[in-house]
Design a protein around this ligand. Structure first.
Ligand SMILES: [Zn+2]
Length: 122
């Protein structure tokens, strides 16, 4: 790889953290995302996580090896997080609703009660 900093000398590693996930699966997903764009990325913390359970000091983390990959990786992570927020928002919007008139449960895609025809949100 690279990363002997000729001027500094403190550079054991120049790896940079770009993402911290609550779940290993999230971290792995981000790493896949980055690697598909040609960015070398690594997941750390997953072992500790799986052995000890939820440990706030050891969330799965995604790191990149190259300084020059940091900004593009961050941008990809932001896109990923935005997509997740959109997904969560649409999932929340996709909740079932209960008809005020007859009490029947309706799918989110229904604008009127399938049972009695009462409009939603009356
Ligand atoms: Zn109804």
């Amino acid at each position: 790889m690279h990363n002997v900093d000729a001027s500094g000398g403190q550079g054991v590693s120049c790896m940079l953290k770009v993402y911290e996930a609550a779940l290993v699966a999230d971290a792995e997903q981000v790493r896949d995302l980055l690697e598909r764009r040609g960015i070398d990325a690594y997941v750390f913390g997953e072992h500790t996580y799986s052995v000890l359970g939820v440990n706030p000091l050891a969330w799965p983390q995604v790191w990149v090896a190259e300084d020059r990959d940091f900004e593009p990786a961050k941008a990809l992570v932001n896109d990923y997080e935005q997509a997740r927020r959109d997904l969560a928002a649409s999932a929340a919007a996709g909740e079932q609703w209960r008809c005020a008139a007859c009490g029947e449960t309706n799918e989110a895609t229904f604008d009127v009660c399938w049972s009695c025809g009462e409009p939603r949100d009356v």
